[in-house]
Write a protein that binds this ligand. Structure first.
Ligand code: EPU
Length: 435
């Protein structure tokens, strides 16, 4: 099992491009099932989750070929429709094949995803949305079985107790592209990954308007065709790298930076004393070049995670690491996944002073972090631990980094390009700090 050994103390500087977004790429790959032609995708990040989606699509009768960050998907056997537990349990996002399979093939059998390290993750809203479109849904042997001859457009409310649902919106929107008549999704997720998916589907011939707002309208069409589409840059990686640079009091340039998709984060960073400045105002604000610098002394801030355009839950842990360095008390409230705090006890092992009460954590900043062996428990929490390691005194070892590898393409290599001292090594089971 791989681990990272981090020598703290380097100031990060240099230039890095932001990778394509995993969370945009996964539903885009699944949406290829809807196409009667060839789907070419560019800027696909080379991550384990993408490998899992490739495997799943192949099992679902798609030919998936590609080199590096490009991939081509074409359906060769439209009779396959079973997303088996063996794959779904490795990646919850497998659920995003449900809508495309149902709409394109009339039947989908998708293993019901379980909870995960960040908490319960129900899919009731996905199922309610597809039922509203006329699908019959049953559960059998742990599988969701959805069937419909042809879906029928209708008005669907997709809000839940924690706001809308991103992959639920992707599923219902994708399925509705081939439904008869007009579908209106109210309380749709507004995340940029949904806007990106709508752009791709429209380029395939769909008629979607309003994506990026809480009301999406879809006029169903008879079929969808080929497309060539470039995945949007990853706003979570962009935020992670900007915070990492700031924590080390560095000075770095990030390109392909989705500035406009990160405004809530940039606002909190600004208050904290981190400056993310566009260096060329003529560039597209969703793919621009920024320079990241920070004040020597960071300020505490309050933030609450919310659906887009609010502060994203996927950057909650990384921002908490940064605020361990601020002079004063910060308050973090998690409103999407109230238990997404696996990093709290590990940061505490590194000398952070954190007090948790339910979905809120008070970060008493200003302490020098100290290197320690720590255990990654989920994807974004792992990134937070790596960032803490960058500024800790001495050596930090982050174990179980398979979580990290699900969402960052060799994060240590990217940070090393900016001058960090991180080494990946294989941790044997007999190693004294092994598990
Ligand atoms: N929810 C329901 N019912 C549903 C679906 C969701 O109650 O049917 C609740 C969830 O429990 C949660 C909230 O609604 O409290 C939002 O969940 P959502 O469905 O939006 O999450 P998701 O679509 O499964 C995506 C990202 C997550 C990210 C969330 C929220 C992908 C592959 N995953 O998940 O990303 O945290 O949106 O923004 O796009 C990550 O990348 O680290 C990650 C976990």
């Amino acid at each position: 099992m791989d681990a990272l050994r981090i020598q703290g103390g380097a100031r990060l500087s240099g230039t890095l491009p932001i990778d394509g977004s995993k969370n945009a790429a996964l539903p885009a790959m699944a949406a290829a099932i809807l196409s009667q032609g060839t789907v070419q995708l560019h800027d696909i990040p080379t991550l384990s989750d993408i490998g899992n989606m490739t495997k799943l699509l192949r099992e679902l009768g798609c030919e998936v070929t590609g080199q590096g960050r490009n991939c081509t998907i074409r359906t060769t056997d439209p009779t396959a429709n079973h997303a088996r537990y063996e794959i779904v349990r490795t990646m919850r996002a497998s659920i995003c094949v449900l809508g495309p399979l149902l709409a394109a093939r009339g039947e989908a059998r998708v293993s019901m995803p379980g909870g995960c390290a960040i908490g319960d993750r129900p899919v009731d809203l996905h199922l309610r949305g597809l039922e509203a479109l006329g699908a019959t849904i049953e559960l059998d042997g742990g599988d969701i079985i959805a069937r419909a001859d042809r879906l029928k457009g209708t008005t669907i409310f997709l809000g839940g107790p924690f706001g809308s649902t991103v992959l639920g919106t992707a599923n219902v929107m994708s399925a509705a592209t081939l439904a008869e008549g007009r579908t209106i999704i109210e309380s749709a997720a507004c995340e940029p990954e949904i806007t990106g998916l709508a752009d791709m589907l429209n380029a395939m011939g769909a008629k979607i308007s309003g994506a990026g707002t809480p009301r999406i309208e879809i006029d169903g069409v008879e079929s969808l065709g080929e497309v060539e589409y470039t995945i949007i840059p990853d706003r979570i990686i962009a935020g992670t790298l900007a915070m990492a640079v700031a924590m080390t009091n560095g000075d770095a340039t990030l390109t392909n930076f989705p500035y406009d998709n990160l405004l809530a984060v940039l606002d909190r960073l600004d208050v904290a004393g981190v400056h993310v400045c566009r260096t060329d105002l003529a560039q597209d604000p969703r793919r621009c070049t920024v320079q990241v610098t920070s004040e020597r002394r960071l300020n505490p801030v309050l933030y609450t995670t919310q659906p887009y355009p609010g502060f994203p839950t996927d950057l909650q842990a990384q921002m908490m690491s940064l605020l361990c360095l601020a002079q004063g008390n910060s308050i973090v409230t998690e409103r999407i996944y109230p238990d997404r705090f696996l990093h709290v006890s590990e940061l505490t092992r590194m000398g952070a002073t954190l007090f948790r009460s339910g979905p809120t954590v008070v970060v008493q900043g200003g302490e020098q972090l100290v290197g320690a062996p720590v255990m990654a428990g989920d994807l974004r929490g792992s990134a937070a631990l790596v960032m803490a390691g960058l500024v800790a005194r001495g050596e930090t070892i982050v174990q179980r980094i398979y979580h990290l590898d699900r969402g960052y393409v060799r994060l240590e290599e990217q940070l090393n390009k900016l001058g960090a001292g991180i080494e990946r090594f294989e941790l044997g089971v007999s190693d004294p700090i092994g598990v």
